[in-house]
Design a protein around this ligand. Sequence first.
Ligand code: FAD
Length: 666
Amino acid sequence: MALDNKIPQGSISSKWTDYKNHINLINPANKRNIDVIIVGTGLAGGSAAATLAELGYNVKAFCYQDSPRRAHSIAAQGGINAAKNYQGDGDSVYRLFYETVKGGDYRAREANVHRLAEVSVNIIDQCVAQGVPLAREYGGLLDNRSFGGTQVSRTFYAKGQTGQQLLLGAYSAMNRQIGRGKIKMYNRHEMLDVVIVNGKARGIIARNLVTGEIERHSAHAVVIATGGYGNVFFLSTNAMGSNVTAAWKAHKRGAYFANPCYTQIHPTCIPVTGDHQSKLTLMSESLRNDGRIWVPKKLEDAQAIREGKLKPTQIAEADRDYYLERRYPSFGNLVPRDVASRAAKERCDAGFGVNATGEAVYLDFASAIDRYGKEQARIHHLDENDAKLVYDLGKKVVENKYGNLFQMYYKIVDEDPYTTPMMIYPAVHYTMGGVWVDYNLMTTIEGCYCLGEANFSDHGANRLGASALMQGLADGYFVLPYTIGDYLSKDIRTGKISTDTPEFEEAENNVRSMIDHLMNNKGEHSVDYFHKKLGKIMWNKVGMARNAQGLTEAMDEIAALREDFYKNVKVSGKAESFNQELEKALRVADFLELGELFAKDALQREESCGGHFREEHQTEEGEAKRDDENFSYVAAWEYKGNPREAILHKESLVYENIKMVTRSYK
Ligand SMILES: Cc1cc2nc3c(=O)[nH]c(=O)nc-3n(C[C@H](O)[C@H](O)[C@H](O)COP(=O)(O)OP(=O)(O)OC[C@H]3O[C@@H](n4cnc5c(N)ncnc54)[C@H](O)[C@@H]3O)c2cc1C
């Protein structure tokens, strides 16, 4: 099938407005006859569910947690971008558009990104109207901070809990509709297949996670908003339950999967301490507003620190290498994540790592505490030469800004980050790849949409910080409600979709036979055993730096591991009851397929761009070296029986408004 991205004609700044002016609408009475299934009620799915129900559609919403409030979106810490230019520091819709395209290393679709920048300003108004307590300045106006890859302050935030507060906003909007009966909420339900009838998505098969019952649900359209797939690496900052299942099942039914290898490895996470871990913890990028990243300049100092003979506070200023400030003076500690992560790896690989494993660098707040302390002392006419007073005043400012993050670090590492620098290292965090969607957010299955982190759409090869929340809410509050209406306008006379059809039967049987296999397989190893092995292959051969040999090996190793999984996995308990081991097994089965496609995608992309770093393609300074002539496309994969046989379709990326240049943050 040829890929049609359906980008409207016209100038970049008028496309979205013109599009909205000319789409088909559905009158309110007809909307009452149309059902929409939304799988996933994080920020993307939750905002879509609330908005579609408010418009009058009948929404059936699904999530695997006991409440939409527990979606992984709740973990988002640092903030959400919007081109409000409240600071008067030169921001604009164009600048957000430009910086997002540049941040993504020129591998995103211009039209989508411009629309995102346009609607970003509406998101903040929407959330404030819902009562989301975004941070305010002393005078009552909304406050902003900076995130990587930008030189303006456009990030709105609620302490280090922005995701939680935004999700409560979306959840309350949903709840209003649940109360009105316009949303039927299916908590603790997991979608395990999508049902296609006459080429259109018309329903899903879901498992009730409490009773184990397999259910059929029909609708006129299906929306997948099930988040990212970073857990293919086993260790990531994602919630334990984050998975690829819904997206992958849609892929197997005909939805192309785009750029699976584009993964974001976030530079500031608490380092791995050993094999016992199942989770990694993010230290928000917002900390790079004030924290300075460094390692010792001398190898012997780094070694002494690793051996516990020296403390970081004993290293003189002149003996510290603030390597981001050194290499990227214009952006300093606020370079984009892919750049910061690679720079940390480079220093650690060169022997300058500062923890026992040699895989950690420092994030230091001493100068921020001093700077803020002196400022406060001046404001209050106190003695700015009194070191203790300055420290106390400065600490209070830092605590107000990032207190909960510092507390989290202290609880995990048992070191006080106010008095000794934090140790951080890159970790898997976000997936820019995902289900391919056109401008309308429709996948290559008619009537099947994909929103939020689950789709591939707006971030190219690297996502800028605070842009995921913006994209998820843009998709759910402001984009899908228009685009899906245009599609559904053809369905006003269709009537209810029956679940009593061969297509539902086939999909249900498909799910049942997979569950039967897993439950009756008398293997020897737990699901985690396989997941951890997969994670190790992914991290070592498909992680921060990749090469052709490692990727080829990874594909074979993953295929062999998958075979072993089906022979040797052991799932205890029963299928007809609450069974988290079974839930995990179903998810890991899909990760074991995705992992191979992921490596295949990374292998075919013979260039480095954003978060995808091929060792064969780097500049002399170790920066990513793009090949615009041959690789300026979205790689959209069509499923053909197994990941190895997937067929590549290319969507060319055309840049008419932004000139592709070598990305520089110097
Ligand atoms: C620690 C952390 C901090 C972050 N901080 C920021 C930040 O400050 N700013 C920013 O912009 N971004 C941040 N991000 C990224 C951002 O949080 C996510 O990209 C975003 O929240 C994803 O939202 P979503 O709605 O697409 O998916 P999610 O919030 O992951 O929601 C997925 C939903 O799908 C449901 N689901 C999944 N599979 C199924 C299935 N098979 N059947 C039924 N339901 C299913 C789940 O129950 C859930 O409701 C952060 C990410 C992490 C990990």
